[in-house]
Design a protein around this ligand. Structure first.
Ligand SMILES: Nc1ccn([C@@H]2O[C@H](COP(=O)(O)OP(=O)(O)OP(=O)(O)O)[C@@H](O)[C@H]2O)c(=O)n1
Ligand SMILES: C[C@](O)(CO)[C@H](O)COP(=O)(O)O
Length: 221
């Protein structure tokens, strides 16, 4: 799980993964969702200087958890996490954003099952609800949103293949925003499964308000 980001767009006084939602940090909520989704061991990339805080937050997680320093970008943090993971090359590995702290465990399971079932790289997606335009200097053109999907995490693949793909993009100095694109660059096929609105990436202050409302509605149901 990648949790090394600062969260500049959220603007909290602590790194984003340590921000609390109803008294529980985003990092802990995300780890709990992974465990509930069947994940058996977790590497967490964290920002330098916050080792004690993350150890406290992740105390008592019922599967092995290893915190390692993240990198300067999400992509670099993922590569560092993969390097620290001790598992066979054919192990199913999921890369998850701590910022998607409310991912439903069912989404975690369905990504893992798709990889276990033979898919090379798997991502959860949701339809795009806004009208979308591609902007080019002072002109813009509408894009058919029916064919667009917003990409979430966790993103899954076999450990050996994912490590090799990340090594390839690093070697070729390619920078992308998610692991599916890393895999695609390395020639792997990307399969889609259904994501969930609750797995929103908590990025700006209003996302935190929405996440609070999601938690509230979960308690009521
Ligand atoms: N150097 C980085 C940057 C991001 N991340 C992680 O990647 C996920 C997605 O990143 P994002 O939500 O964009 O987080 P930040 O980079 O922290 O946000 P911002 O751009 O607002 O600073 C987050 O869980 C974040 O902690 C990471 O591990 N290492
Ligand atoms: C991986 C991701 O969450 C999929 O939507 C997203 O690409 C992360 O992007 P960011 O640039 O780190 O916000």
């Amino acid at each position: 799980m990648v949790a090394a980001g600062i969260g500049s767009r959220l603007g909290a006084p602590v790194p984003k993964a340590l921000v609390e939602l109803e008294g529980v940090s985003l990092a802990r909520r995300a780890v709990d969702a992974l465990v509930d989704g069947g994940v058996s061991a977790i590497v967490v990339t964290i920002p330098a200087g916050f080792e004690v805080e993350f150890d406290q937050q992740l105390d008592g997680v019922p599967v092995p958890v290893l915190c390692v320093p993240g990198g300067a970008s999400r992509q670099e943090s993922v590569a560092r996490g993969l390097a620290a993971l001790e598992a066979p090359a054919d192990a199913v590995v999921l890369v998850h954003d701590a910022a998607r702290a409310l991912v439903p465990p069912a989404v975690v399971r369905s990504v893992a099952q798709a990889v276990a079932g033979g898919a090379e790289a798997v991502i959860p997606v949701v339809p795009v609800v806004d009208s979308v335009r591609r902007v080019d200097d002072d002109t813009s053109v509408v894009v058919n949103r029916a064919r667009l999907r917003a990409v979430q995490t966790p993103q899954g693949a076999r450990l050996g293949a994912l490590r090799a793909a990340h090594a390839q993009v690093a070697h070729e100095a390619v920078e992308v925003t998610d692991d599916a694109t890393v895999c695609e660059f390395a020639g792997m096929h990307v399969s889609l499964v259904a994501g969930h609105r609750d797995a929103l990436k908590i990025t700006e202050p209003t996302d935190l308000v929405l996440a609070g409302a999601i938690l509230h509605s979960r308690k009521e149901s």
